[in-house]
Design a protein around this ligand. Structure first.
Ligand code: NAG
Length: 320
């Protein structure tokens, strides 16, 4: 009988909190307007820029190489990543009561970790691709075969999924009995855990290890491999090295700007400062914009392909 009562109470507890409320970032109307304009513009630019990359790579046969396939896949991931949190955040900015119910909140956490984990692994695959292209150019075509690329892609998504599921199975059943205020603009796991009305210290440690160590680990791995490639380029400095260096610097810029905020969120002991929240906005709408910005502005092949695509479309319009 006692278990029935406790189960009933557990169920009741669970239903006490049916939604979570996001705290306002600021009271100032001007700053809200600024945030709105900034987020809206960058969200729009991210989606457009990444779409253009996907179209260009898909339609231009000259860009059908592993590096550009990975880049297009990264663009798809970036579009998904900023669409998980940004639309709700943008439409919430001027609302007095910013709420999200339990289901959508869990969904946000789930997908942001799937997509984030996959992006990390894809960046590692891209580093490996650059390593083979620069250090083992003669084996490039055999090593980075279409099957190998597909293998990298499937593995990235699988591990991203596993990473997210292993965290969420411990979280979906947590009892919430209030308070229900999340000091954020989307459901992030560390803050979500702190609202549960049981002791979540072990869970928080698990998240720090799972998300924190994975991001720090991948980051260190990437930095080391880029340094390794760089040394190789310097040793065998030849005609192609400046091009290699430019793609390499583009890759590493993306890596630093993607991992910087992530590592801060998941490993900082009590990340509840304001800086943290502004960094989260940065991560949500600005990082996805980096790929198109960096790759299209600095990459000659990409620019040429885009021009070709544009003139091709113009030509097509004239004919039809
Ligand atoms: C993603 O990568 C795979 C494997 O290289 C490729 O076949 C596919 O076309 C890529 N996706 C996009 C959108 O380019």
């Amino acid at each position: 009988k006692l278990t029935v009562v406790s189960e009933a109470m557990h169920g009741m507890n669970h239903s006490v909190v049916s939604e979570f409320v996001f705290l306002e970032l600021t009271n100032s109307w001007e700053i809200q307007l600024l945030l709105f304009v900034f987020s809206f513009l960058f969200y729009f630019a991210s989606m457009m820029g990444n779409l253009i990359i996907v179209f260009t790579v898909t339609l231009d046969a000259n860009l059908h190489s592993p590096m550009y396939f990975f880049l297009a896949n990264l663009s798809v991931i970036d579009m998904a990543f900023c669409s998980i949190t940004a639309p709700k955040m943008i439409s919430d900015i001027f609302k007095r009561h910013k709420a999200i119910s339990f289901g959508p909140c869990i969904t946000q956490i789930f997908f942001s970790h799937v997509v984030g984990g996959t992006e990390m692994l894809l960046l590692i695959a891209m580093a490996f691709d650059r390593y083979v292209a620069i250090c083992k150019p003669l084996h490039y075509l055999t090593t980075m075969s279409p099957q190998m690329c597909l293998f990298f892609l499937v593995t990235s998504w699988t591990i991203g999924l596993i990473h997210s599921v292993t965290q969420l199975v411990f979280v979906v059943d947590l009892p919430f009995c209030g308070p229900n205020v999340l000091d954020s603009f989307y459901c992030d796991l560390p803050r979500f855990l702190r609202l549960a009305c049981t002791d979540t210290q072990e869970l928080e440690l698990m998240v720090t290890i799972n998300s924190g160590l994975t991001s720090v680990g991948s980051f260190v791995l990437l930095v080391v491999s880029y340094i390794f490639i760089l040394f190789n380029v310097w040793e065998h400095s030849s005609g192609g090295s400046s091009k290699a260096l430019s793609t390499l610097s583009a890759h590493s810029t993306v890596v630093v700007l993607f991992f910087g905020p992530l590592m801060f969120f998941y490993t900082w002991p009590s990340a509840t400062s304001h800086l943290d929240k502004y960094l989260a906005i940065f991560d949500a709408v600005l990082t996805p914009f980096l790929n198109p910005a960096i790759y299209t502005l600095r990459n000659k092949e990409m620019k040429v392909a885009m021009k070709r695509l544009c003139s091709g479309l113009g030509h097509y319009r004239k004919i039809s």
